[in-house]
Ligand binder design. Structure first.
Ligand code: QAP
Ligand code: CO
Length: 173
């Protein structure tokens, strides 16, 4: 399956993703195709809507202590539901759909999640650190929310300015 990353300001990023109901080869094909595009673009997380599929599916591959992302660490999360969330943490986030822009975002520090794996089996996950942050970022995509939506008015203006500047630079080259 040939996939491309949907980039801001594409309206598809605003769609609300639908529950996955069929855990069939089509879903497996989509998940299998999301992994290489995430790795090729230096991502750590990718939601299906970022490759134009409005489904409640996301993948995560958080770098380990050595900064490596072995495929064994790949998490595939379908139909996630947060059951517990605690604390506060701030991290400088980015997004494959909003390239080259990074800003501090406040999130919950720890999370407990129920979700399904690619075979439809129910799983539970307790997350903290970068994994907890990444899950919240990717789950926002399922609701059509981008990290730039969480910026203060002045930071959002800063983003708009930088975005317009990058558009002009791309036109001139
Ligand atoms: C979401 O983001 C995330 O601008 C995943 O030029 C971000 O993988 C979770 C990326 C921060 C937790 C903390 C962004 C790659 C990758 C860019 C990503 C870029 C190239 C973003
Ligand atoms: Co993102």
């Amino acid at each position: 399956m040939k996939l491309t990353i949907v980039e801001y300001p594409d309206r598809r990023l605003r769609l609300k993703s639908k529950e996955v109901t069929s855990f069939n080869s089509k879903l497996h094909n989509l998940l299998d195709s999301m992994y290489p595009i995430m790795m090729d673009t230096n991502g750590i997380g990718l939601a299906a809507i970022q490759v134009a599929y409005p489904l409640k599916a996301l993948i995560l591959n958080i770098p380990d202590e050595e900064g490596e992302q072995p495929k064994e660490n790949l998490l595939e999360i379908i139909n996630p539901i947060v059951t517990l969330q605690n604390g506060e943490t701030i991290y400088q986030e980015g997004c494959l759909s909003v390239p080259k822009f990074y800003e501090d975002i406040k999130r919950f520090e720890t999370l407990t999640l129920n979700y399904q794996d690619r075979d439809g089996n129910t799983q539970m996950l307790e997350a903290d650190g970068l994994l907890a942050i990444a899950i919240q970022h990717e789950m926002d995509h399922l609701e059509g929310v981008l990290f730039i939506d969480k910026l203060s008015y002045s930071r959002r203006k800063k983003f708009e300015k930088e975005y317009k500047r990058m558009q002009k630079e791309q036109k001139n080259s």
